[in-house]
Design a protein around this ligand. Sequence first.
Ligand code: XMP
Length: 328
Amino acid sequence: MGERRPESMERITTPELAKAFIDEQVAALKKQVGDKKVLLALSGGVDSSVVAALLIKAIGQQLVCVHVNHGLLRKGEPEQVIEVFRNQMNANLIYVDAVDRFLDKLAGVSDPEQKRHIIGEEFIDVFAEEARKLDGVEFLAQGTIWPDILESEAGIKAHHNAGGLPEDIASRFELVEPVRILFKDEVRMVGNELGLPANMVYRQPFPGPGLGVRCPGAITRDRLEAVRESDAILREEFAKNGLEGKVWQYFTVVPDFKSTGVKNGQRTFDWPCIIRAINTTDVMEVTVEHLPDELIDHLVKRIIAEVPGINRVLYDYTPKPPATVEYE
Ligand code: XMP
């Protein structure tokens, strides 16, 4: 018999219920942690951000956040983590610039599973190195949520936990998982109530390997930059056109082939940029969002004009199945 959400637990659907949850958790965290320190890998995703904000409210400077920039984050993400948590919430935040380390390890690696493996392993190595430098930390906080528990019980996927860390690190810590009994919409409610910015709370799902899976084949810095810049333009245009928070997931992919084009009377030989925008409830089946023609025309113009290395823009009309959401 698996773990259960407490029977008495009311679904958090209002700001008042979110506030009551926060008060309860803050008291529980204070009691659990006492005057000890807590370590948290803060990606800037919804779950880890809400866990950070809860712990900052409960124990302030006793929380040590580690934000690893692996070079595969979206444009502006590391800057936002620093701004929100270090500057606005006064958190104890260690920022690790591991961009070269990750991209050097990934250079020349084209197999998708090997890329995922390298990114996952390297992340654990970087985090473990930071953990070893710290004294007196007894707790490890994680943004585990209720669907993670259900999925690992059903054997669908192992949710990320201290199991991934080397034994000398994992054995030092007791786990703190303050949002483990919440569904995603409840985590968002709590994040709102804690004052996190809306674009952090309503962020679309983003794969762990980040932009790495949107730069198919061996990642190069110039093609990765083309993915990052085109993704930023797409997100900006979706926000301007009221599609943010309405379309489930949208992103760009820059595949590793070139085609001929023409610009100012000169031949070009550059990559295409693929736009994907999808809707789903369970990610097992997805449908394609049909964008207005004018928006597609505008996106084509902006991406070609502003992103170096792109001379063609394509729109992916394939549902899942038969295609998956991501390209790798
Ligand atoms: P697929 O491509 O499998 O994607 O149809 C379904 C959803 O899962 C996300 N995704 C990942 N998330 N690590 C993650 O944390 C991964 O390796 C990964 N691969 C895919 C994808 O963005 C989509 O929302």
